[in-house]
Design a protein around this ligand. Sequence first.
Ligand code: NDP
Ligand code: GDR
Length: 347
Amino acid sequence: MDKRKTALITGITGQDGAYLAQLLLEKGYQVYGTYRRTSSVNFWRIEELGIQSHPHLSLVEYDLTDLGSSIRLLQNTAPDEIYNLAAQSFVGVSFEQPVTTAEITGIGPVNLLEAIRIVNPAIRFYQASTSEMFGKVQAVPQKEDTPFYPRSPYGVAKLYAHWMTVNYRESYGIFGSSGILFNHESPLRGREFVTRKITDSVAKIHLGQLDVLELGNLDAKRDWGYAKEYVEGMWRILQADHADTYVLATNRTETVRDFVSMAFKAIDVALEWSGAADHEIGTCKKTGKVLVRVNPKFYRPAEVELLIGDPAKARKELGWEPSTTLEQLCQMMVEADLRRNRAGFSF
Ligand code: NDP
Ligand code: GDR
């Protein structure tokens, strides 16, 4: 039997880290997953997936901003593949903490690339690049050769890490690949992100635990897919013959407003929208009760108005194709949040 492959996942406490760990364990990998030291444990996602005690999963404390730790991490875990998912990943916060975001999301990956160069240049490296690098619309749909124009400190930091991955590939022959992933969601999505904020709030409204859902820009359009399918794409990217850059997306875009209506539909509530953009409201068609309200405090200093990706290259070269519809995804998320809120806890 072949030797068990070893994968290192940075950011296993996040949405993608948890799903990717589950996938790689199913594929027979030895998985090392990194987490940050915090004052309270943060393992709810791997617990929810039931993999926290898997015999082939080891959790390692690590901070991406530390070069020495990055070198020791690779020496101690000897991975065949690294999936760098760790990041300050919330676009909204990046406007408030641009320097921290640059250090973690921009420079952090370079610590890993340097560690690969020093410890073992044969390690395959996946960088979690993002559709936020496209930012201000330059072309529709966006694909691998669409010009970048990031609109947030997060997008700028990710673009730096993206180009550094390309640069290490071209300069040192390192197998460094980037997945330019469009938004992907799931019941394990953090509650600060808009889809999960919506599904969690809809569940709370249904259960009488919340009156009104407050949101920012309802006109933003996003290409939302299902995270579980996207981590399969990450794995395929590292199994390819050569290192490269791939877009993963669904090629469908909807507004935040559409997603809100969809989530309320999942609890049999039809919404009616009215009012000007910065004080728009969504009311229940049947009762007239206000259930959604725009609060400009959630607006961003600069917005990415429209994202829609073209995943043709990934389909052709990797055989990757998403199949879960946005309606199915939304339903799945509302159901999970109803279950959690009924049980009296929601992370
Ligand atoms: P999450 O925010 O859910 O997870 C981010 C992870 O990074 C967490 O485990 C977090 O740890 C960890 N982390 C943050 N800072 C550090 C640090 N200094 N050192 C080590 N670990 C750190 O993100 P997702 O799972 O949604 O996304 C995974 C990656 O993919 C991210 O890089 C994100 O930017 C990128 N991406 C995500 C997309 C999406 O739609 N989800 C789309 C495109 C790209 P902790 O739990 O302690 O905070
Ligand atoms: P995004 O995701 O910025 O695309 O980044 P987010 O869900 O935060 O925002 C999507 C859109 O919704 C609008 N919006 C709101 N957003 C939040 N969070 N909260 C609100 O109340 C709200 N109201 C409206 C936003 O303005 C935006 O237009 C995500 C992250 O996972 C990144 O790490 C990743 O790289 C990209 O997706 C692709």
